[in-house]
Design a protein around this ligand. Structure first.
Ligand SMILES: Nc1ncnc2c1ncn2[C@@H]1O[C@H](COP(=O)(O)OP(=O)(O)OP(=O)(O)O)[C@@H](O)[C@H]1O
Length: 336
């Protein structure tokens, strides 16, 4: 895999505000790369450096091997033709039909009318809204508007698609549909997708790799599996916990304690760790009972992943032995 987008010490300041500070990041051709961070972390600035809607004030940004921070405006137009973008608020033209919106970039790029018509029909079929071609944006649901946004972004066959909070205005079900559509864009056309989000659930559903942005810096990056399995930074851990309910919050824990006076442990669950087998053997061997009191398991790619908080009731020494057995197969943390 070769990088299609590379940030090398890229920084961006607005007056005395540092939006990005020395970002190093490498995104491979054909992958779905997510950038997650809280509001103000610098996500939008980062994505706007890729299509040079903003210019870096330091460092380099390479797109397809070319440092775009040095290019004159005229050459940037070519670079931008290879990059599509979808937005949180869809940014459709209200006065044009669905067809007109999707045809617009083709018109700008000088496509002949017959070619435009063929291409738009093909795109609308791909995103599943062919029957809405002559409707106006105001007549569409949020999910349908975003399908138009995606069709428009793909019109000129870009190699890169930038999705800036593209599902943040949608309900969870519609979010799922749009993310599945973006996955098809990636798998069927090989388009590299950069997803900007503040939701870890979006990262889980769609991305191959993820970078966590905080105060204009990349504080952690890796495959989605690595980052979910062992988040290093407190900010990353909090993001992961929003999806996995890995650890009961303090209010939850107080309620759990009231109902469950036994010892509480958190055990990591994943497909390759047979914790069910160990638990059932150890509970009968040591005469310890267990109750699941918190947690969850989610699909992550082709595997399951998560954590459970268990209440273990029995003689202290027996519970110790059970915890030791569990530790031979997974990470176990006892809650104080
Ligand atoms: N045009 C601008 N002029 C001045 N400051 C800016 C400008 N654009 C961004 N900033 C500042 O840069 C920082 C990063 O902003 P950015 O929009 O990139 O963050 P973000 O992570 O996308 O946040 P959000 O999720 O709220 O959009 C913020 O402090 C913001 O106020």
């Amino acid at each position: 895999m070769s990088p299609i987008i590379e940030f090398r010490g890229a920084g961006k300041t607005f007056g005395d505000v540092t939006a990005l500070a020395g970002v190093d990041l490498s995104i491979d051709a054909g992958e779905i790369y997510a950038v997650i961070g809280h509001s103000g972390a610098g996500k939008s600035t980062l994505v706007r450096l890729i299509n040079a809607l903003e210019r870096a004030t330091s460092g380099e940004v390479l797109v397809d091997g070319v440092d775009i921070t040095k290019l004159p405006e005229r050459r940037l137009r070519e670079v931008r033709l290879g990059i599509g973008m979808v937005f949180q608020q869809f940014n459709l033209m209200r006065s044009r039909t669905v067809f007109g919106n999707v045809a617009y970039p083709l018109k700008i790029a000088g496509w002949a009318k017959a070619d435009r018509e063929r291409r738009v029909a093909e795109l609308l079929r791909f995103v599943g809204i062919a029957e809405k071609a002559w409707q106006y944006p105001d007549q569409l649901s949020g999910g349908q508007k975003q399908r138009v946004g995606i069709a428009r972004a793909l019109a000129t066959n870009p190699k890169i698609l930038l999705a800036d909070e593209s599902t943040s205005a949608l309900d969870p079900e519609t979010t799922g549909e749009v993310l599945r559509l973006l996955k098809r864009v990636n798998s069927e056309f090989g388009v590299t997708i950069v997803v900007i989000t503040h939701e870890m659930e979006v990262v889980r559903e769609i991305a191959d790799r993820v970078a966590v942005l905080k105060d204009g810096k990349v504080i952690e990056h890796g495959t989605v599996r690595e980052v979910f399995a062992s988040p290093q930074e407190p900010t990353t851990r909090k993001f992961v916990e929003t999806v996995l309910r890995a650890r009961p919050g303090s209010a939850d824990l107080a309620r759990i304690r009231q109902r469950h006076p036994g010892r509480l442990v958190i055990a990591r669950i994943s497909d390759d760790r047979r914790i069910g087998t160990v638990l059932s053997e150890a509970t009968s061997r040591y005469d310890v009972r267990f109750e699941v009191v918190h947690g969850g398991v989610k699909e992550l790619g082709s595997t399951s992943f998560g954590s459970l908080t268990l209440e273990l009731t029995g003689a202290d020494a027996a519970v110790d032995k059970l915890i030791a057995d569990l530790r031979t197969t997974t990470d176990v943390e006892e809650l104080a």
